[in-house]
Design a protein around this ligand. Structure first.
Ligand SMILES: [Zn+2]
Length: 88
């Protein structure tokens, strides 16, 4: 799966046609596939011991008070995806 994403990313990032690039349709398809395959959620895992969340987009965050619900957090402020709370 990781290799597939890497391949798709390579095609999606390449300049379309000319200079050995991929056909523009291939680039378009790769971009669409990437959007469909990428996780749509940012998973926030709560750390009980140190009272913070670690996010699947590789950030850490803690609230002064309460958790996700209490603070009305629905989207990750780092990656913009919808937040999904995960029990550690
Ligand atoms: Zn995130």
């Amino acid at each position: 799966m990781k290799a597939l994403l890497t391949q798709l990313q390579y095609i999606a990032d390449s300049p379309p046609t000319g200079g050995g690039g991929f056909h523009s349709e291939a680039v378009k398809t790769a971009r669409a596939a990437l959007r469909a395959l990428r996780p749509r959620f940012c998973r926030w895992t709560y750390d009980d011991l140190y009272d913070y969340f670690s996010t699947s987009c590789k950030h850490e965050f803690s609230f002064n008070e309460g958790g996700l619900q209490e603070n009305n957090v629905r989207f990750c402020h780092h990656c913009g995806k919808r937040v999904k709370e995960v029990k550690a």
